[in-house]
Ligand binder design. Structure first.
Ligand code: NAD
Length: 425
């Protein structure tokens, strides 16, 4: 019996591919991209859908649907995570794959964009079932994956454990150990130092770079962070270390507000000892996630999930600066309102690129067979992030547009130039 219903259609307004395309369109118009190049860059290069039969612990066989989309490989092998969730559908995977193309291009990483997913509920499956599913997916993708072709990584519902299974299965099939086929591996089997903190660290660097441009003094500034997982908690910790006062944090259990500032180390320790949740945290008063977004703070870091700031609540946002830790937390419908209100938004494809940057470093180290110190990883990642921010900032000045559209302009221009130089169309 299959657990997988056919992908349901989602309304156009919430369709992530449409949201990405609307920003892509604006940047393409400013760049005066030809119709031909527009169509090439908009279309995913490859879309693979596979059926994955898996023996379940109760003796039954279930067939899961798996996807891998390679959006563009003109800058290098495809790079992008694998998501395990019942909400996975092809449109989402296509949007996320394109996002990866632009994210790598804007961060000057020699990778293209890819993304994968399996429609499944990982929380209801045993470790054995998940291992058999992951190995079946890797076998099905043997012609797609490869250190020179397409390099997966963790995403929602997957982590170092799944990456270890992919690395092992791929290595068994090709007949030699191939750590560079996947990133986000456990440290002991070729993961990179600094990877766990990389995305939050990049958010902090992007935040500091933007504050410098805006003339905001970190020691006189306040911040709210939505989401307290990998990205949110580490962003909050490192931003606090820059001198900002973190007035509010939140997770799926709600928001926590303290006008005198929250001690982030204490909050992290609390969350770690309470099943990765802040529920019951006493260093602050409870508020809702929506209230957190609308607080009177200088900096807002949405680091939980997509579509948190929309046309509906954008007029009430009081932060001067939004740094997108999550992917897609500001919906396209909010862009214009925030622009008009003078809110600077450091877009996801730039702000959270620290993760893919250190994934790239992991791939480099695997191919070198030589591992860097954490200090070297952080130094190079920080430099990369600062340069990417400056490049996007200059493009926004040149084209008199938001940082988001500037980031798309930088990315699309680069991929378009390389596409033309490579030719062969
Ligand atoms: P995570 O699972 O570690 O943390 C997610 C956090 O969001 C948790 O604290 C959870 O409680 C909270 N949350 C869930 N639903 C919520 C809701 N409705 N309201 C408020 N909070 C809610 O995930 P993560 O790795 O930190 O990723 C967060 C976002 O950042 C995602 O959009 C992800 O795609 C993006 N991202 C992550 C990385 C990375 O390296 N981890 C890199 C780039 C982008």
């Amino acid at each position: 019996m299959s657990t997988n219903e056919p992908s349901t259609l989602i309304p156009a307004a919430e369709n992530p591919f449409d949201s990405m395309i609307s920003r892509f369109d604006e940047a393409a118009r400013i760049l005066n991209l030809s119709d031909g190049l527009y169509n090439v860059l908009k279309s995913p290069a490859k879309q693979v859908i596979v059926s994955l039969p898996v023996s379940m612990d109760d003796g039954s066989i279930q067939v899961f649907e798996g996807y891998r989309v390679v959006h563009n490989i003109n800058l290098g092998p495809a790079k992008g995570g694998i998501r395990y969730s019942m909400d996975v559908h092809l449109d989402e995977v296509k949007a996320l794959a394109a996002w990866m193309t632009w994210k790598c291009a804007v961060s000057n990483i020699p990778f293209g964009g890819g993304k994968g997913g399996i429609k499944c509920d990982p929380r209801s499956m045993s470790a054995g079932e998940l291992e058999r599913l992951t190995r079946a997916y890797t076998r099905a993708m043997i012609d797609v994956f490869g250190p020179e072709k397409d390099i997966p990584a963790p995403d929602m519902g997957t982590g170092p454990r799944e990456m270890a299974w992919i690395m092992d299965q791929y290595s068994k099939l090709v007949g030699y150990s191939s750590p560079a086929v996947v990133t986000g591996k456990p440290l002991v089997m070729g993961g990179s130092k600094g990877r766990v903190e990389a995305t939050g660290r990049g958010v902090m660097v992007a935040c500091r770079s933007a504050m410098l441009k805006m003339g905001l003094n970190p020691y006189k500034s306040t911040c709210a962070v939505q989401g307290f997982g990998n990205v949110g908690s580490i962003s909050a910790k490192l931003i606090e270390q820059q001198g900002l006062k973190i007035l509010a944090i939140s997770d799926v259990t709600g928001g926590y507000y303290n006008p005198n500032g929250i001690n982030i180390q204490e909050a992290i320790a609390y969350s770690q000892s309470h099943g990765d949740q802040l529920l019951g945290f006493t260093g602050a008063d409870p508020i809702s996630n929506n209230e957190l977004l609308e607080l009177d703070v200088d900096v807002l870091v949405p680091a939980a999930m997509e579509d948190q700031i929309t046309g509906h609540n954008a007029p009430r946002i009081r932060a001067k600066l939004i740094v997108e830790g999550a992917n897609g937390p500001v919906a396209a419908s909010a862009d214009e309102i925030l622009n008009q209100n003078g809110v600077m938004v450091v877009p996801d494809i730039l702000a959270n690129a620290g993760g893919v940057t250190v994934s790239y470093f992991e791939w480099v180290q695997n191919r070198l067979g030589y591992f860097w110190t954490e200090e070297r990883v952080n130094r190079r990642a920080d430099r990369n992030m600062k340069e990417a921010f400056e490049h996007v900032y200059q493009a926004s000045m040149q084209h008199n547009c938001s940082l988001r559209i500037a980031a798309y302009i930088v990315a699309i221009d680069k991929v378009a130039q390389v596409t033309q130089l490579r030719g062969g169309i």
